[in-house]
Design a protein. Structure first.
Length: 368
């Protein structure tokens, strides 16, 4: 029976200190119902909490997850299957808490009167080894000067969180989740776009924080954050069977987030060149070929247009292989200017719109 999170404690900082100490002693203590319920309760009632409490909670969650990843990696490499399997539940619980925290922090949902971008820094603690989690940041040792230590910025934490996600995705997950459905529920968060209170197998995830971060236009302007997003998703697609889920999320991103047109093309470019994987790109292009666009220009058509142009510039051979299915858009007098926008030149001014568009796209594809 799934339990809902209890009411927020009257003294959240004191209660959090207790569970932080428990997780610092052993990252496996997250499986203790009282410990996990305290984290869930604090996250559920985050609107009543101040920045330092949220900050300390992120410290503890990320440190615990890092310790579990290290311990699981060691046990898998040691061929200790029974011990390795014991890390499944803690990993799922930490990833669940992390995605919930990222959802809150990314939306700026801290307590009223508390600046979500600038809050007091965490107390630096020890890094845990062999299953022990430190009380400080476990996502990377970044040197901080005196001025930087006075403020804690969420945007500055995102690259380290994404690096932790990538670190988690380097696990040989098939040794821990032998069932495809169990692995899918761990890697992908597909039931809801909102944080949840209940913890159940279908609501566990690793990639959900990545998708939530990339929805922010401001965050995606940062190169370290963009590269962190790309790397995590490439690892998920290449090594964890995330193709179908990623295809759905990328198409949705192109439909609802205009700022993701070129980043999604850059993601597929990196996936093709650095990870030798083009299946996802092929599937996305086939799905785009099936789309029908209105004669009147809209945001969706503009985003798809920018995406295809950027994709043709970066991996032209891959786009060229799908020209047979994309031709439906090139041949459409209604949809043509919406999908591949162009400026007429002397060379194309005497051609029909369809002929001009095909000529310009061909120039892009063959300019390699």
């Amino acid at each position: 029976m799934v339990r809902s999170a209890p009411f927020v404690p009257l003294h959240p900082f004191d209660d959090l200190a207790g569970v932080v100490e428990a997780v610092a002693e052993s990252s496996e203590n997250i499986a203790n119902p009282a410990t996990f319920d305290t984290y869930r309760s604090l996250l559920k009632h985050h609107s009543h909490l101040k920045g330092p409490v949220m900050n300390k909670m992120l410290d503890s969650i990320s440190s615990g997850l890092a310790a579990q990843v290290d311990a699981a990696t060691h046990d898998i490499e040691s061929e200790d299957q029974q011990t390795a399997m014991s890390h499944r539940l803690p990993l799922e619980m930490y990833c669940f808490l992390l995605q919930w925290f990222v959802s809150i922090a990314n939306d700026g949902k801290l307590a009223e009167g508390e600046d979500p971008i600038s809050v007091p820094p965490p107390t630096k603690g020890r890094r845990g080894r062999g299953g022990k989690a430190g009380t400080g940041k476990a996502t990377g040792g970044r040197g901080q000067n005196k001025k930087a230590a006075e403020h804690w910025a969420w945007a500055d934490q995102i690259p380290a969180i994404l690096a932790l996600v990538s670190r988690t995705l380097r696990l040989k997950t098939k040794r821990l989740w032998t069932s495809t459905s169990d692995l899918d529920t761990f890697i992908t968060y597909a039931l809801s776009v909102h944080p949840v209170v209940h913890f159940s197998p279908a609501r566990r995830c690793v990639t959900r924080p990545v998708y939530h971060v990339m929805e922010s236009e401001q965050h995606m302007k940062s190169e370290p954050i963009r590269m962190g997003v790309y790397k995590a998703l490439c690892l998920a697609v290449k090594h964890h069977g995330h193709v179908i889920a990623a295809q759905t999320r990328i198409i949705q991103a192109l439909q609802y987030y205009e700022h993701l047109a070129e980043p999604m093309a850059e993601l597929l470019n990196l996936l093709a060149k650095e990870f030798d994987h083009v299946q996802l790109t092929d599937e996305i292009l086939r799905e785009i070929a099936k789309m029908a666009f209105k004669a009147q220009e809209n945001k969706e058509s503009r985003v798809i247009s920018k995406f295809l142009v950027k994709l043709a510039e970066t991996i032209p051979r891959t786009v060229l292989r799908q020209m047979a299915v994309l031709q439906v858009h090139l041949d459409s007098e209604v949809n043509l200017p919406l999908i591949f926008p162009f400026q007429p030149t002397k060379a194309t001014s005497s051609l029909t719109p369809c002929e001009s568009q095909s000529s310009i796209l061909s120039d892009t594809l063959f300019a390699i």
